[in-house]
Design a protein around this ligand. Structure first.
Ligand SMILES: [Mn+2]
Length: 416
């Protein structure tokens, strides 16, 4: 008997069909963000990263141009099991030699190489307007700016991104999740908290006035509690974005990034709360250490619990799962692969959990038995199911770093 056959028998005693769990896991799209590959720099400007987010570290070999970034993503994806989708930020427009378009004038053609890349690999594309790292961020503000010219510039950027998101959906045949996040805020206690929020609301209204079909383009609004340099106040707070999404349910989705809440809040608990009211929700899965530090996702308790809630709520087709982290202190391809695999492990583990039986124990108030069963489940041989899943997907279950180290030596370290 193989280890998988043995694991399969053990899970069957809990009523779990591991073959079915593996088959299901293969179908769940997880969106891989392009910005881990170059420390959130992009291709449309020379300056560094601004907007309350920060990368730390100077690990050698980061991608310096579109060719390198796409090659690195390919390498990373070759080491990941399961269904992938790619997430692009607007600052990753790929221009022809001598060509340039500012953010308010971006067109679908500036993303044709991304479409080619995705289509060749049978993937969809998610998209993000980039409201940071740009000279037109005025006094730290974009869509909430009191300066009308500034605000309008960024509204036009948002509208351009709706058109590009539509192009992605049309070309790939897969809906495009288009996420609006701004870093607008104040370092110190503001004298006016409502004004920026009223302007931000007006700006999102204007962006979403651009025509689109929500079956294809899925605009999201992402909240944030604070950022570096905007510690006192963010215009797009949790209450603001959630209220906006609730009042505009036919036009957009709420997006929760688990690094964007107070450290004792958990997104896993918020998922069923939002699913009670919204047909669809979107996630950015990350790992914050003490703050929104965007560490690489690992198989920690909260990542497991996020996956558990999606599966328990039978909401795999209602929750869009995207990764959002960036660590410049380690091999960036390893960061991508480890983060993606961790999310997949969490999903596979959730699919191999006897949730129906435990719900039954909860509903009949058998809390002691429920606790014992939950603890027993932690010792089930999920590693053997994971190994079988990877085998079926044609990737190694472990030791993938050897392959990455080879690529580092042969490719990354030659980038000087
Ligand atoms: Mn995010």
């Amino acid at each position: 008997m193989t280890r998988y056959e043995s694991a399969k028998e053990i899970y069957a005693k809990y009523g779990i069909d591991t073959d079915a769990a593996i088959a299901k896991c293969k179908e769940i799209p997880v969106t891989l963000h392009c910005w881990q590959g170059d420390d959130v720099i992009g291709f449309d400007h020379d300056g560094g990263l601004t907007g309350g987010i920060q990368t730390t570290g100077n690990y050698p070999g980061k991608a310096r141009n579109p060719e390198e970034l796409l090659a690195d993503m390919d390498k990373a994806m070759s080491l990941m099991p399961g269904t992938k989708k790619v997430n692009v930020h607007a600052c990753y427009a790929i221009f022809e030699e001598g060509e340039f378009a500012d953010r308010d004038a971006l067109e679908p053609k500036h993303f044709q190489k991304w479409v080619d890349f995705a289509k060749e690999r049978g993937m969809g594309i998610d998209f993000n307007p980039t409201f940071f790292s740009h000279p037109k961020v005025k006094d730290g503000l974009t869509l909430s700016s009191p300066d009308e010219e500034t605000r309008k510039f960024w509204v036009e950027h948002g509208k351009a991104c709706i058109r590009i998101a539509n192009y992605f959906a049309e070309e790939t045949g897969i809906p495009c999740v288009m996420n609006i996040w701004i870093g607008d805020g104040f370092k110190d206690v503001p004298a006016d908290r409502m004004g920026p929020r009223m302007r931000y609301k007006q700006s999102i209204d204007e962006i979403l006035s651009e025509p689109y079909d929500i079956a294809k383009v899925k605009p999201c609004v992402e909240s944030k509690v604070f950022g570096i340099g905007v510690e006192a106040y963010t215009a797009g707070s949790a209450e603001f974005t959630l209220s906006y999404a609730a009042m505009n349910k036919d036009k957009c989705l709420p997006l929760m990034d688990n690094g964007h809440y107070h450290p004792t809040e958990v997104v896993s608990d918020k998922i069923p709360a939002l699913l009670t009211f919204f047909p669809e929700v979107a996630l950015h899965v990350t790992r914050g250490i003490r703050w929104d530090s965007d560490h690489v996702v690992v198989l920690d308790d909260e990542t497991k619990e996020i996956a558990q809630e999606i599966v328990r709520c039978d909401a795999l087709d209602r929750v869009y799962i995207a990764l959002d982290f960036f660590d410049a202190s380690i091999n960036r391809i390893s960061a991508w692969v480890t983060g993606f695999r961790s999310m997949q492990k969490a999903l596979l583990n959730a699919l191999c959990t006897p949730s129906a039986a435990m719900k039954e124990l909860q509903d009949s108030a058998q809390f002691s038995r429920k606790m014992v069963m939950m603890e027993d489940c932690k010792m089930l041989p999920i590693g053997d199911v994971w190994a079988e899943y990877c085998r079926q997907c044609g990737v190694d279950a472990d030791n993938y770093y050897d392959e990455i180290e080879k690529y580092e030596n042969e490719v990354l370290l030659k980038r000087v």
